[in-house]
Design a protein around this ligand. Structure first.
Ligand SMILES: [Zn+2]
Ligand SMILES: [Zn+2]
Length: 234
């Protein structure tokens, strides 16, 4: 359909397909699977409640055309030993206060940490030890503007929603906004000699949230670097 004035009503939303390279990284890169996390100076590498340091699954700079998160650095950490689905804990119609640290029954805290930071200038001294460090390339495309977007590894656009769309209000009162999607059963290649992940698909790969499709919804008010909720569907 075309509006008066000739503008196509089905104009899509900007998005970027995320492609995983095959040539292992030898040095820090801001867009990577595994690799050297770029963390804000006061931000420690997150630990799980079980005592294991969380695995850096991937990180990337969000392109500037993707408001309201353009220019942020996104990092997705998840425990190797804990592999489960996320379970939103609500109070008064909102996610509970400090939901990124709040109990995730039966666990005392979440087994993941997703960060959106604005001042991450320097890489960690050491790379993620368990995953093969691989480059990520972002390729712009136009996703759907309404309904369901493309089912792929992407930042921006519209979620492809395997089930009904889910919406959440941050503990600060702001409606969370979708930022990034990880497709169902995506596998991340592991370096030789690493412990297996429980319930993982392959013996030499790790996955996120039991292989559920992941839709990252983040707080556009940036009330906390960890104010991101990972919706899981399959
Ligand atoms: Zn753990
Ligand atoms: Zn918030």
């Amino acid at each position: 359909m075309v509006e008066p004035g000739g503008r196509n009503m089905r104009v899509g939303l900007p998005a970027h397909a995320i492609e995983v390279g095959t040539e292992p990284l030898a040095r820090p890169t801001r867009n990577s699977v595994g690799g050297w996390p770029f963390l804000d100076e006061d931000q420690k590498w997150p630990d799980c409640f079980c005592g294991e340091r969380m695995v850096l699954f991937f990180q990337l700079d969000i392109p500037s055309d993707l408001e309201p998160f353009g220019g942020d650095h996104l990092l997705v950490f998840h425990c190797r030993a804990h592999n489960d689905a996320s379970d939103p804990q609500m109070t008064g119609g909102r996610l509970v206060p400090r939901y990124w640290d709040a109990p995730q029954p039966p666990f005392p805290r979440p087994f993941w940490r997703v960060l959106l930071q604005r001042d991450a200038a320097l890489p960690a001294a050491e790379p993620e030890p368990s995953l093969r460090a691989l480059p990520l390339t972002l390729r712009p495309f136009t996703d759907a503007s309404a309904g369901r977007g493309a089912q792929m590894f992407k930042v921006g656009g519209v979620p492809s929603w395997a089930q009904f769309p889910e919406h959440y209000q941050c503990a600060c009162g702001t409606e969370l906004v979708y930022v990034c999607q990880v497709p169902e059963d995506m596998e991340f290649a592991v370096r030789p000699g690493q412990p297996e992940q429980p319930y993982s698909i392959g013996a030499d790969t790790y996955g996120l949230f039991l292989g559920n499709e992941v839709y990252l919804l983040a707080c556009p008010a940036h009330c906390d670097p960890a104010a991101v909720w990972p919706v899981n569907q399959n």
